[in-house]
Design a protein around this ligand. Structure first.
Ligand SMILES: Nc1nc2c(ncn2[C@@H]2O[C@H](COP(=O)(O)OP(=O)(O)OP(=O)(O)O)[C@@H](O)[C@H]2O)c(=O)[nH]1
Ligand SMILES: [Mg+2]
Length: 368
């Protein structure tokens, strides 16, 4: 890795020693080290503090656009907890003729009872709906090392002596996945900087393979409709599940409402008494109330009883907007992009989902 002397090993940016305010800054003394990391990566690694950067969506898209011109294998990673929200729309435009493998990461967040084969079939089905036909689909936990070795072996076989680009939207775990592979091969841990903040990797990072080719990490594309972009750094920790989600079951009558903190609202409109299974971070409080009182409750208590957001965030927090859904089929999910979903087991329910303006809601075939 010493040939990339002026590139930060943690995030991929060109290192400069002139301006501490700009990306890539490292003190001159750092250049003497074999592996250089920039000040931003240093702070992320050691203090878990993020320095904002002035890169735009276009900068990241340009990097991805280059892939179509190369002869490579493309590995697209999605966050299985936010499958739709972390999907990279228009991937086929970036990849050109190159083959694509799809990897669902963070499987450790789903209940252990979930059958991996079923979930892989579900991913194939959803990928097809979204216009992508991957050669293969894998399910891993990069953080816990579940199935990474097997997936890496399959990648190595399928790349056919070519470079491998790992792509995906921000925060899906691309760098964690590559770090895990590096660890398996060299024993060295946490080579690339990872963090729970979106936008950690800033440029491509080439990890040499044993045949002059590279395993290439890339900066994540920012999907602006993900909940992560509507909460601040502190609340991001609360909404991001860190361990296996414990589903919470609610028996609701028509005319009842659930609040997910103050971030989202779910109304059960009609369809008889029935159960709803909620999959959200264990740290989010779910509050049940009557729909007729819900708007007033929200106005009076958002930021305190209904939190996150916290009171100091309220000024910049968007209003909740409503979308109605009718559940036509058994086992359907109502998805609050980036926050989680509610599974409805029986058809015939009319419901409404509310999320901050700009966040996506959708209805899908149940993932579990
Ligand atoms: N629960 C869980 N969290 C994971 C897993 N893999 C990665 N993460 C977490 O997801 C967050 C993002 O990980 P990164 O590897 O930095 O994601 P990235 O795709 O490289 O993000 P960008 O560089 O911003 O595009 C970190 O907080 C990781 O710890 C996993 O398998 N399970
Ligand atoms: Mg990264």
């Amino acid at each position: 890795m010493s040939e990339q002397l002026d590139i930060c090993m943690g995030c991929g940016v060109k290192v400069q020693t002139e301006n501490p305010e700009l990306i890539g800054y490292a003190p001159a003394s750092a250049l003497a080290k074999e592996m250089i990391i920039c000040q931003r990566c240093f702070r992320l690694k050691h203090y878990n503090e993020v320095q904002d950067v002035n890169l735009t969506d276009d900068d990241f898209l340009k990097i991805l656009n280059g892939i179509g011109k190369t002869d490579a294998l493309v590995v697209m990673i999605v966050d299985i907890f936010d499958f739709n929200g972390s999907w990279l729309p228009g991937l086929h435009r970036f990849v050109g003729q190159n083959k694509v493998l799809l990897v669902g990461n963070k499987v450790d967040l789903l209940p252990k009872s979930v059958k991996h084969n079923k979930l892989i079939n579900w991913m194939k089905h959803e990928a097809k709906q979204l216009g992508l036909k991957p050669e293969e689909v894998f399910l891993v936990s990069a953080a816990r090392g579940v199935n990474v070795k097997e997936t890496a072996a399959a990648i190595d076989e399928m790349r056919n002596g070519k470079d491998v680009y790992v792509v995906g939207c921000t925060n899906v775990g691309k760098s964690t996945f590559i770090n895990r592979i590096i660890k398996e091969v060299t024993g060295e841990a946490d080579v690339i900087t990872t963090s729970h903040f979106p936008g950690t990797t800033l440029d491509i990072i080439k990890i040499p393979l044993d045949d002059e080719k590279s395993l290439i990490d890339s900066p994540g594309i920012i999907n602006h409709h993900q909940m992560a972009h509507f909460v601040d750094k502190q609340d991001l920790k609360i909404i991001t599940p860190k361990k296996e989600i414990k589903p919470k079951v609610f028996q609701l009558n028509e005319g009842q409402t659930l609040f997910f903190g103050g971030l989202a609202r779910f109304d059960y409109i009609s369809g008889g008494r029935r159960s709803f299974v909620c999959y959200v971070s264990n740290e989010i409080n779910i509050h049940r109330t009557k729909t007729e009182n819900a708007a007033e409750l929200y106005d009076n208590h958002v930021g305190e009883m209904l939190t996150p957001p916290r009171p100091e965030q309220l000024d910049s927090f968007p209003e909740l907007v409503k979308q109605e859904f009718f559940v036509k089929e058994a086992k359907t999910d109502i998805v609050f992009s980036g926050l989680g979903w509610i599974t409805v087991n029986e058809p015939g329910a009319k419901v409404a989902a509310y999320v901050p303006k700009g966040v996506q809601t959708l209805i899908r075939k149940s993932l579990i």
